[in-house]
Write a protein that binds this ligand. Structure first.
Ligand SMILES: *Cc1c(COP(=O)(O)O)cnc(C)c1O
Length: 394
C-alpha cells in the first residue's frame, strides 16, 4: 500500500498500513515483543539517534500498533496517528505535548465527563485553565477566545445530548486567532465524519467505542499532521509511555475493517428508534441528529453522513422514572460503554456524568430524567419491545 490517496474509505479500512513481512502472512501479525535486536552497535546508535528508521522498544515502536496507526491516519485523512492505551490517555498526551503553563483551552461544555475532570482538576495544577462555552453557539466561541487560548476542544455530536458544532466554522475561527481545533470524533468515526478534511487540526479517538465496535478493548488515538502528532504528541508517548498494546491494536484493526458497514447499520437502527421514541407517552424530548426537530439537523448529510448511533431522551418523572425504564429492560445492557454491537442503556446523571458537580451537570444540560441509548445491531423490533416494557410502567 503506497498510494493510499487513490483508495476509498472501505478499502483503506481493510488494506491500509499492512506491509507484509517475508513470511507472506495474509492477516496482520501480532508482534508480542518488548524490544528489538540490532545487527550491530552502529545500527543501534543510528536507531536511537533517529538517523535510521526502525523499531527500538515497544513503548513507542511496535509493528502491529504501527499498522493500526497508519490505517486510522489514512481513514481520517491525516498524516500521522499516535495510538494510546485509552481515549483519555490520547487527550492527556495531546495536552502534555501541545500546552504549557499559562495556556488556555476553550472547550465545549458538553464533553465526556472524565475530560472535564482532567481539565478542571488536573491541568489547572499545572497552570492550564479551561473555559467552557455552549457547543452549538459559534458567537459564544468567538467572544470567549483570548490571546492565551491555544486549543479549541469539542466533540460533535456531543455526549449524551447529540448537539452538533459546525467544524468548518470553528476551524476558521481557531485559525484566525492562531489556535488549534481539536475534535473528539468518537461518536461519528471517520466512517461518518472526517474533521481533518473540514479544517480541524487534530482528531482524538476513544478506540474503545466504535473503532473496536464489539466492546473488547480499551484504546485511543490522536491523528493530525507530522509536526503536531509525529513530533509533539509522539514525544510524550515515547517518554511517558501511555502506549497501546499490540494485541489491542490487532483487535482494533479487525474493528476498522467493518467500521463503515457497522456505522451505517447503527445509524439505521438509531434513526428508527428515535422516531419511535418521539411517539412514546412519558417521553418529553428525544435528542438525535437525524430527527427534523434537531436544531443542527442541517449538518446531517453535509458534515456527517448520518445521525449516528447514539440516541438520548428525557422521561417525565426525573431520576425515579428514568431508573424504572432502565431497570425494566431484559435485553439491553445496563452499562456506560457505547459503540458496541450490543445496545447499551445508561443514566448519564449518575454514571458518565456522576462525578461532575451539580452546577457542572446543569451547565452540561444533563437532567435527572435523561437516558442515553447507544443503539446496537440487534433487531430493532426487539430493542423497541425491551423499552416498551419500561414505558408501560411509567
Ligand atoms: C469514552 C470516551 C472518551 C474516553 O475514552 P476511554 O477510551 O474510555 O479512555 C473520550 N471521549 C468520548 C466522546 C468518549 O465517549
Amino acid at each position: 500500500m503506497s498510494t493510499l490517496d487513490a483508495f476509498e474509505l472501505a478499502t483503506l479500512a481493510i488494506r491500509a498500513g499492512h506491509h507484509r513481512t517475508p513470511e507472506g502472512e495474509h492477516g496482520e501479525p501480532i508482534f508480542t515483543t518488548s524490544s528489538y535486536v540490532f545487527t550491530n552497535a552502529r545500527e543501534a546508535a543510528a536507531r536511537f539517534s533517529g538517523d535510521e528508521p526502525g523499531n527500538i522498544y515497544s513503548r513507542f515502536t511496535n509493528p502491529t500498533v504501527a499498522i493500526f496507526e497508519e490505517r486510522l491516519a489514512a481513514m481520517e485523512g491525516g498524516e500521522r496517528c499516535v495510538a494510546t492505551a485509552s481515549g483519555m490517555s490520547a487527550i492527556l498526551s495531546l495536552c502534555l505535548g501541545l500546552l504549557k503553563a499559562g495556556d488556555r483551552i476553550l472547550s465545549s461544555r458538553s464533553i465526556f465527563g472524565s475530560i472535564t475532570i482532567l481539565f478542571n482538576k488536573y491541568l489547572t495544577r499545572f497552570g492550564i485553565k479551561t473555559h467552557y462555552v455552549p457547543l452549538a453557539e459559534p458567537a459564544a466561541w468567538e467572544r470567549a477566545i483570548d490571546p492565551d487560548t491555544r486549543l479549541l476542544f469539542l466533540e460533535t455530536p456531543s455526549n449524551p445530548l447529540t448537539e452538533m458544532a459546525d467544524i468548518r466554522a470553528l476551524a476558521e475561527l481557531a485559525h484566525a486567532h492562531g489556535c488549534l481545533l481539536v475534535v473528539d470524533n468518537c461518536f461519528c468515526t471517520p466512517a461518518l465524519q472526517r474533521p481533518l478534511t473540514l479544517g480541524a487540526d487534530l482528531v482524538v479517538h476513544s478506540a474503545t467505542k466504535y473503532l473496536d465496535g464489539q466492546g473488547r478493548c480499551v484504546g485511543g488515538a490522536v491523528v493530525g499532521n507530522h509536526k503536531l502528532v509525529g513530533e509533539e504528541v509522539f514525544g510524550v508517548l515515547r517518554t511517558a509511555g501511555p502506549s497501546m498494546s499490540p494485541f489491542n491494536a490487532w483487535v482494533f484493526l479487525k474493528g476498522l475493517e467493518t467500521l463503515e458497514l457497522r456505522m451505517l447499520a447503527h445509524a439505521r437502527n438509531a434513526q428508527v428508534l428515535a422516531a419511535w421514541l418521539e411517539r412514546q407517552p412519558g417521553v418529553i424530548k428525544v435528542f438525535y441528529p437525524g430527527l427534523d426537530a434537531h436544531p443542527q439537523h442541517h449538518l446531517v448529510g453535509t458534515q456527517q453522513r448520518t445521525g449516528g448511533g447514539i440516541v438520548a431522551f428525557e422521561v417525565r418523572g426525573g431520576r425515579a422514572a428514568a431508573w424504572r425504564v432502565i431497570d425494566a429492560t431484559r435485553l439491553l445492557s445496563i452499562t456506560a460503554n457505547l459503540g458496541d454491537t450490543k445496545t447499551t442503556i445508561t443514566h448519564p446523571a449518575t454514571t458518565t456524568h456522576g462525578r461532575l458537580t451539580d452546577e457542572e451537570r446543569e451547565l452540561a444540560g444533563i437532567g435527572e430524567g435523561l437516558i442515553r441509548i447507544a443503539v446496537g445491531l440487534e433487531a430493532i423490533a426487539d430493542i423497541k419491545a425491551d423499552l416498551a416494557r419500561g414505558f408501560a410502567r411509567l
